[in-house]
Design a protein around this ligand. Structure first.
Ligand code: ZN
Ligand code: ZN
Length: 164
């Protein structure tokens, strides 16, 4: 767990970046940043909305989504993509990669310096101008593994019903 100080610094950096990018730090944007700093689990936009709504009662979902999208466009917030699930968001801090649980959609940060030095593709990359990359490892998290959950079994079926 991070200290309060570390969080305050992350927040201050994000706010400074916001201003540098010419985005006024509105109450809504600030609330989104605070919500992102408070939780480190790469929340979805819906999740963030719930957090922001607790801080700013009456705020609309559309307002929160707009604030989030504007900050993604400005590079203040990073969208973590992966196929087949809702986009997840985080503050772009130290370079890292992700471990993704295919059962419960958990996203965990992975700091692995060797992955930061991958050579670019040798082929032409189909005309793409490459800007950045990150590596996502798909797998089953310890909690899901312990519960015997896996992506091919039906989630409604309980493991404890088997055997015995
Ligand atoms: Zn899991
Ligand atoms: Zn991350």
């Amino acid at each position: 767990m991070e200290s309060r100080n570390a969080r305050a610094m992350v927040l201050a950096r994000a706010e400074a970046l916001c201003r540098r990018q010419g985005l006024p730090l509105t109450v809504q944007r600030r609330a989104v940043l605070e919500a992102l700093v408070a939780r480190r689990d790469h929340p979805t936009a819906d999740r963030l909305y719930e957090d922001v709504a607790r801080r700013l009662p009456g705020v609309s979902r559309a307002t929160v989504y707009r604030a989030l999208e504007a900050m993604v466009q400005a590079g203040v917030v990073r969208k973590v993509w992966y196929a087949g699930a809702a986009a997840r968001f985080e503050l772009p801090e130290r370079r890292h990669h992700h471990l993704i649980c295919v059962v419960c959609d958990k996203v965990v940060d992975l700091y692995e310096p060797a992955l930061d030095r991958l050579p670019g593709p040798r082929s032409r990359a189909a005309g793409f101008r490459l800007l950045d990359y990150s590596v996502q490892f798909m797998g089953i998290c310890p909690q899901c593994a312990r519960r015997g959950r896996n992506p091919v079994s039906q989630s409604s079926r309980r493991v404890s019903d088997e055997g015995k």
